[in-house]
Design a protein around this ligand. Structure first.
Ligand code: ADP
Ligand code: MG
Length: 369
């Protein structure tokens, strides 16, 4: 008998490798044996001993100083770095300067990402919205497709999504063209959103009886991207926390999968199932689909657990994991209640800088071969 996540019976899966677990951790190879990603190290993205990229705080921010890793020694000579606060200020300054100096390249053809993880609350929507905002701020034209009936991405991007608003439901079920449904986000000049309304909750069932039910989003999106007069550089599809037909539509429409992983207990549980499903989609419905990016979210350097999860994920997916970690941050969680991304809500907060750095890393890496 096998564990539902593909682990052998009696093996609790990756959750067993963390403190508090009653059983012995399984060997690394057993944990991800179903992965569509090669498990051998390809090239390490993180130099040994390197500190996490997500770091210190903004002085005015309410975020806890203690939650951040010790900054690198980048303090200009003559600067009083004798206090933690001074060091943090200096580090924030260094990161802002580095970001200001970076000119992110734009892709020559649209990069379409599905942001997926069947677990809820791991940061899919937060990551979708803030990466999209960060890339739009850097000059890219970006479309966010909200494929979660809860419509959280639409809320965070400040676009209308009451039940009578034309939405992604009309695109998928009624074949309405995306160009007529999408809305411009007030956040940034070239940031657009295809909103989700509550009608999408029924789409999962309505799709079952439709022709080409797995391809419907892809057909609409391909047509839109080919016909639009001003080309888009990035499309992010925010998925619901399930592996149903809506998520399958997202996998079929995309070329890249971005998996946010929360640096918490149980973080890796279910990952094998997700990777297995992606492998099935790749084999039967979308041969170009690739897990290109893994982003560690809600990182809290004060806990050993967060560091252990981060190390584990990096060991298994050295090529896919971004160097940048997203810290647990009050500013990040507050921003949506103002209908904003953290990028516009508090641009120099550590959370905002981390999403800007993650976006720059994604742009620098480019699309997978
Ligand atoms: P998902 O879309 O995977 O369900 P969300 O992006 O909605 O997850 O995030 C779940 C909750 O965690 C939300 O309340 C969000 O504001 C909060 N959150 C996400 N990322 C962070 C972070 N880095 N720091 C603090 N809170 C976060
Ligand atoms: Mg969500």
């Amino acid at each position: 008998m096998k564990h539902p996540d593909g682990f052998p019976a009696g093996n609790p899966g990756p959750k067993g490798s963390y403190p508090g677990s009653p059983s012995t951790p399984p060997p690394a190879s057993a944990q991800f044996s179903n992965s569509s990603i090669p498990s051998e190290p390809l090239h390490a993205l993180v130099e040994p001993g390197q500190a996490p990229a997500a770091r210190p705080a903004q002085p005015a921010s309410s975020e806890s100083v203690a939650s951040r890793p010790t900054p690198r020694s980048s303090v200009p000579s003559g600067f009083d770095d004798s206090t933690p606060l001074a060091r943090e200020l200096s580090e924030i300054g260094r990161r802002r300067q580095a970001l200001a100096a970076e000119k992110s390249p734009l892709p020559s053809s649209p990069r379409v990402f599905t942001v997926a993880n069947q677990k809820g609350g791991v940061g899919k929507t937060t990551t979708t919205v803030n990466l999209a905002a960060a890339l739009a701020r850097g000059g890219a034209r970006v479309l966010v497709i909200d494929l979660d009936p809860q419509g959280n991405a639409s809320t965070a991007l400040g676009v209308e999504h009451r039940s009578d608003t034309p939405s992604v439901y009309d695109v998928i079920i009624n074949d309405e063209p995306i160009a007529e449904i999408l809305q411009k986000s007030p956040e940034f000049e070239a940031l657009y959103c295809l909103p989700a309304t509550i009608h999408l909750a029924g789409a999962e069932i309505e799709l079952v009886s439709l022709v080409a039910r797995e391809q419907r989003l892809r057909t609409s999106l391909d047509k839109f991207l080919a016909e639009t007069t001003e080309p888009f550089h990035y499309v992010f599809i925010d998925c619901p926390p399930s592996l149903g037909l809506l998520t399958i539509n997202a996998f079929v429409a995309a070329r890249e999968v971005l998996i946010p992983i929360q640096c918490e207990y149980y973080a890796l549980e279910g990952l094998s199932q997700l990777l297995n499903n992606i492998k099935l989609i790749e084999r039967h419905l979308n041969p170009v689909l690739k897990v290109s990016t893994i982003l560690l979210t809600m990182y809290d350097s004060r806990t050993n657990l967060a560091n252990q999860v981060a190390d584990d994920v990096r060991n298994h997916f050295p090529k896919e994991v971004l160097k940048t970690l997203i810290p647990r941050s009050v500013r990040i969680s507050e921003a949506p209640s103002y209908g904003q991304s953290v990028i516009s809500y508090d641009p120099s907060s550590p959370g905002s800088l981390s999403y800007l750095e993650a976006a720059a890393e994604i742009a620098r890496r480019g699309a997978p071969e």
